[in-house]
Design a protein around this ligand. Structure first.
Ligand SMILES: NC(=O)c1ccc[n+]([C@@H]2O[C@H](COP(=O)([O-])OP(=O)(O)OC[C@H]3O[C@@H](n4cnc5c(N)ncnc54)[C@H](OP(=O)(O)O)[C@@H]3O)[C@@H](O)[C@H]2O)c1
Length: 228
């Protein structure tokens, strides 16, 4: 598979950590926020040396794979036309402290990454890098574990599965395919899987038990008794 350029949109706790992982993995890496390059560059040069600080529009144009690391509630800032044809890894979550106490974006029947896919219809969206805290991602940079931590992902586009797996595994994690994007709900805040930084076999055990959890019961009730 030819090498790819990673673009990380959002340069806060998650974005700067992912930029460091991306550099560590040897990817050409672009990073941007809404700040002017001159304001952000010194931060990135310190936190993720080698990553190229750029503008959001240059990042979107130049990256093959764009990782969204912005507050979910800012998704309408994204220009769907600019994202056309791109592979998008959606790491965003609805986070009450940031996005507001009333979630008017996603529901138990329409998960947040499905909302992003709807907003970016000409892009291929996968949910990835959302269920692990940045501090756990960070530890992986140096830890070089013999058993990598599972990083679950979901997408409706089979053709991007290889690139998602390439990025996840080169970042240092074991990719775990959850299937279609709607299953990304199982990785969102409130789910027992959210926050987990555990090996694949443990992750699979938790996944198998999810529908008997209070969260899983709520999902089943919301979906009319179906688990899908
Ligand atoms: N923190 C974690 O451990 C973690 C783990 C998994 C997932 N997440 C999710 O990842 C996302 C980012 O979390 P975070 O903790 O990194 O937040 P954060 O530290 O507040 O960083 C958010 C970044 O997004 C940028 N930003 C905001 N709106 C933007 C826009 N329209 N275009 C480009 N950049 C924009 C901000 O910069 P400017 O304001 O300067 O533009 C900032 O660099 C959230 O959805 C969060 O739920 C976080």
């Amino acid at each position: 598979m030819p090498d790819i350029t990673i673009g990380i949109l959002g340069a806060g706790k998650l974005g700067s950590t992912l930029a460091r992982l991306s550099m560590h993995a040897g990817f050409a890496t672009l990073i941007a926020s809404r700040r002017p390059v001159s304001q952000l560059k010194w931060v990135i040069d310190t936190l993720a040396p080698g990553a190229v600080t750029t503008t959001a529009s240059e990042l979107i144009a130049g990256a093959d794979v764009i990782i969204l690391a912005i507050p979910l509630s800012h998704y309408r800032d994204l220009d769907p036309d600019a994202f056309a044809g791109k592979t998008v890894l959606d790491a965003t979550n609805y986070w009450v402290e940031v996005d507001g106490t009333v979630n008017e974006i996603s529901t138990l029947t329409h998960s947040s990454s499905e909302v992003i896919q709807d907003w970016l219809p000409a892009s291929k969206v996968a949910k990835a890098f959302n269920h692990m805290g940045y501090h756990d991602l960070e530890i992986e940079v140096d830890r070089k574990p013999t058993v990598p931590r599972a990083m679950a992902y979901a997408t409706d586009h089979d053709e991007i599965r290889p690139v998602v797996e390439q990025v996840v595994s080169r970042f240092g994690f074991a990719p775990l395919d959850l299937g279609p994007l709607r299953f990304g709900l199982l990785l969102e805040p409130g789910s027992p899987l959210f926050g987990e930084a555990i090996p694949t076999d443990e992750f699979r055990d938790k996944l198998a038990a999810i529908y008997t959890s209070p969260f899983g019961q709520k999902v089943i009730a919301a979906r009319g008794g179906q688990i899908q």
